[in-house]
Design a protein. Structure first.
Length: 108
């Protein structure tokens, strides 16, 4: 993934409704869901949902699949993995053995 693609994907996710839509589609992978199912699950008007689905599609994070009169939306898991890889490719100076999570401190 290149920098511009990463920025587009991050911009698409940088909104609460779009993040919720994407997370739900990832949860439903690989099957995805029809727009009506998404709208019902997230209690979102169809016009609002359509706007957010378009932004996620432009960000390269979801793939629409026409099925008759309806469109099934699926999370593009390769794109998600590519984004995570892009964000972490230089983690710990490139030494994966140093990437273990830091020990958590107790607040007690």
């Amino acid at each position: 993934m290149d920098t511009n693609s990463a920025l587009e994907a991050l911009a698409a996710l940088a909104q609460p409704h779009r993040l919720a839509i994407h997370r739900w589609l990832v949860e439903r992978a690989p099957d995805g869901a029809f727009a009506g199912e998404i709208a019902e699950h997230l209690d979102m008007p169809a016009t609002t949902l359509s706007f957010h689905l378009k932004a996620l599609q432009q960000g390269g994070l979801i793939v629409p699949e026409p099925q008759g009169r309806f469109i099934r939306y699926r999370a593009d898991l390769d794109a998600v993995q590519g984004l995570v890889a892009y964000l972490t490719e230089n983690c710990c100076g490139g030494d994966a053995s140093r990437c273990a999570p830091a020990p958590r401190k107790n607040c007690a």
